[in-house]
Design a protein around this ligand. Structure first.
Ligand SMILES: NCc1[nH]cc(CCC(=O)O)c1CC(=O)O
Length: 295
């Protein structure tokens, strides 16, 4: 449902930019949609996106719309990220049985999230919480909460907003507490790299500040060799002449929180992301990520 809503949003943007363009929407099911296994078990990387990339390469479709945070940071040969439309609110939200935020949760409350990034950052501020894996689409997760399987769940504000359900959020988690995943709340519009016509059409719906920010954020993952399975958070903000990137890796059970903040020129977005990843590695990120992976 989220994927369809996001695709309809991109179709509307594209149609507004090019009124005469004829656009047909093709629905493609992905293995991430079918599987109910934990994302960590099925491998995470690319489960929501690889079928779409295959369809692009086959010529079955000309454009693919992804949640950019689900798109692996290494692009397959022959494809390109042609447009990144304006980003939604990047924050995560709490949807809770208790009115309010994390402070309103009783000791030992059961909190549903499958993301190590979210689990680790939650435990860093509320070590008493019981964090439990949760799978399924946003609507499935909300149903599991309503069923009483969890006291609260954490979701991206962007997904809820796009589905028109942001009123379900009981609190916005500040980025200082819950730094978002790289490229969270951004859509990635992909096409074939040699499709000049499509690249030109798609350039009209690109948002330069969002695009440059996600280039820096994705470079962090690329340098760390990390996908969405790892507790890596990155959030960049672009002002007209500067780009500021904040990164964080949180381990479990008292492992130190590794953080970096730096800024640079727009033209150096990737270098900024790489440098930030290097700084995290210098603080010991390599060993921390290896421990998480071998769990
Ligand atoms: N991993 C699933 C996923 N991929 C994108 C979004 C939300 C929209 C976004 O962040 O762009 C979600 C759900 C969530 O994290 O709550």
């Amino acid at each position: 449902m989220l994927a369809r809503t996001q695709t309809a949003h991109v179709v509307a943007l594209l149609q507004a930019a090019h009124p005469a363009l004829e656009i047909e929407t093709v629905i493609i099911q992905t293995s991430g949609d079918h599987s109910t296994a934990s994302l960590r078990q099925i491998g995470g990387q690319g489960v929501f996106t690889r079928e779409l990339e295959a369809a692009l390469l086959d010529g079955r479709i000309d454009v693919a719309v992804h949640s950019l945070k689900d798109l692996p940071s290494t692009m397959p040969d022959g494809l390109c990220l042609a447009a990144v439309p304006p980003r939604e609110d990047v924050r995560d939200v709490l949807v809770s049985r208790f009115e309010g935020g994390l402070d309103a949760l009783p000791a030992g409350a059961r909190l549903g999230t499958g993301s190590l990034r979210r689990q680790a950052q939650l435990l860093a501020v509320r070590p008493d919480l019981q964090v439990a894996d949760i799978r399924g689409n946003v609507d499935t997760r909300l149903r599991k909460l309503a069923d009483g399987q969890y006291d609260a769940i954490v979701l991206a504000a962007a997904g809820l907003a796009r589905l028109g359900w942001l009123d379900r959020a009981t609190a916005f988690l500040p980025v200082e507490v819950m730094l978002p995943a790289p490229a969270q709340a951004a859509l990635g519009v992909q096409c074939r790299a040699d499709d000049e016509e499509m690249r030109t059409l798609l350039a009209a719906i690109d948002d330069a500040p969002t695009h440059v920010a996600v280039r820096a954020e994705r470079a962090v993952l690329q340098r760390l060799g990390a996908g969405c399975r790892l507790p890596v958070a990155a959030y960049a903000v672009a002002t007209p002449d500067r780009l500021t990137l904040r990164t964080r890796i949180v381990g479990f059970e008292g492992a130190p929180v590794l953080e970096d903040v730096r800024s640079g020129a727009w033209a150096d977005a990737e270098a900024l992301g790489m440098a930030s990843a290097e700084a995290l590695l210098a603080q010991g990120a390599g060993a921390l990520l290896k421990n998480v992976l071998s769990e």
